[in-house]
Write a protein that binds this ligand. Structure first.
Ligand SMILES: Nc1ncnc2c1ncn2[C@@H]1O[C@H](COP(=O)(O)OP(=O)(O)OP(=O)(O)O)[C@@H](O)[C@H]1O
Ligand SMILES: [Mg+2]
Length: 321
């Protein structure tokens, strides 16, 4: 039986690289059966439930192999409750979900749900995470297109590749995230090859305008100033992400430390130390503090430890000052 699992692991790896999902699932189910025979019933149940969930999340997206690591398709488990943002942004995300869920109602009156969304803001403020939450909440697959890689790899034929992507968008309903989107929209990147970037931008504008699919199209950028103005009106909504305010910092720390938070921990001063940090950096400082606590056999994170990890994050920005 031990050999059987070694074989199964090899088969899992092989089927992953062959992109053979059916075979992959068969092996996973065999593994579940094997674990359940060994008496590991809850593990077996968990494994089966992962498979069931991925089934209900719809189809896996098949894209041309040329795209390699420029496009990744995944299933998201992210939920809106994880997102810590200002109320106005949260309300906008909720509205996208609500309109999507009730699109039939809107269509009866000749209206469409908002489905072309631009997310802009500094690094680490939750743009990529939001795309993943939209997919998770709507039980749609998430397909991420790394625009910067696409543009560099396919110089000269980017427009043709974009066309292929928009064909897939029309065929397979999913959340499509155009990440690092400024690689297309920026005026700066046009210095390199003005003609080519102009063409790519124009074809993107045309494709996004023509798109009438059932998919959600999300573009994310942290370089809004560089985005061509003509782009804005092609989107149904533009969400501006910001660095967290004090109340959000506090919420983020509480969420992130969850079980490791010391009830006596006074967060007011800690929060002040995070004022220039992004959500991602604060989350990382919390995770680092948790790890340190675990390694030192402590049950909670104390103030000193948290300060230390935050100072470490802050130090990244103090170079040359
Ligand atoms: N608003 C937020 N609420 C809760 N967690 C967040 C938030 N923003 C970021 N995080 C945490 O930081 C991680 C990285 O954030 P994310 O990748 O969404 O940032 P981003 O805005 O896409 O940054 P970039 O512009 O660099 O791509 C997330 O996976 C999450 O753990
Ligand atoms: Mg991102």
């Amino acid at each position: 039986m031990v050999m059987a699992t070694a074989e199964q692991i090899k088969m899992l790896i092989q089927s992953h690289f062959d992109k053979d999902d059916d075979r992959f699932k068969t092996v996973v189910l065999q593994l579940a059966a094997y674990e359940s025979k060994k008496g590991h019933t809850s593990l077996a149940r968990e494994i089966r439930s992962i498979i069931d969930k991925s089934k209900s999340s719809g189809k896996v997206i098949h894209l041309n192999k040329d795209f390699g690591d420029m496009i990744a398709s995944s299933i998201s488990e992210n939920r809106l409750s994880e997102l810590v943002v200002e109320d106005d942004i949260k309300a906008r995300v909720e509205r996208i979900l609500k309109e999507f869920r009730q699109q039939d109602k809107l269509k009866k009156h000749g209206m469409n749900n908002r489905r072309k969304i631009l997310l802009a803001g500094p690094p680490g403020t939750g743009k990529t995470m939001t795309a993943s939450i939209l997919a998770g909440e709507l039980h749609l697959p998430l397909c991420t297109i790394m625009v910067d890689k696409l543009v560099t790899k396919f110089m000269g034929e980017t427009s043709a590749k974009l066309r292929q992507i928009f064909e897939t968008i029309a065929e397979t309903q999913a959340v499509y995230l155009f990440d690092e989107f400024d690689a297309i929209g920026s005026e700066r990147s046009m210095d390199s090859d003005v003609g080519e970037m102009r063409r790519v931008l124009n074809s993107f504008l045309q494709f996004i305008e023509q798109d009438q699919s059932l998919s959600l199209i999300v573009a994310a950028t942290n370089n809004l100033r560089l985005i061509d103005q003509a782009l804005f009106r092609r989107f149904d909504d533009v969400l501006h992400y910001r660095l967290p305010k004090e109340s959000e910092i506090e919420k983020l720390i509480k969420n992130r430390l969850s079980g490791f938070i010391d009830s006596k921990l006074e967060l007011k001063e800690v929060v002040k130390k995070c004022i220039f940090l992004s959500h991602a950096e604060i989350a990382r400082a919390c995770d680092d503090a948790i790890k340190e606590a675990i390694l030192n056999d402590k049950e909670t994170v104390d103030k000193k430890l948290l300060y230390l990890m935050i100072a470490e994050r802050n130090s990244v920005y103090q170079r040359g000052e």
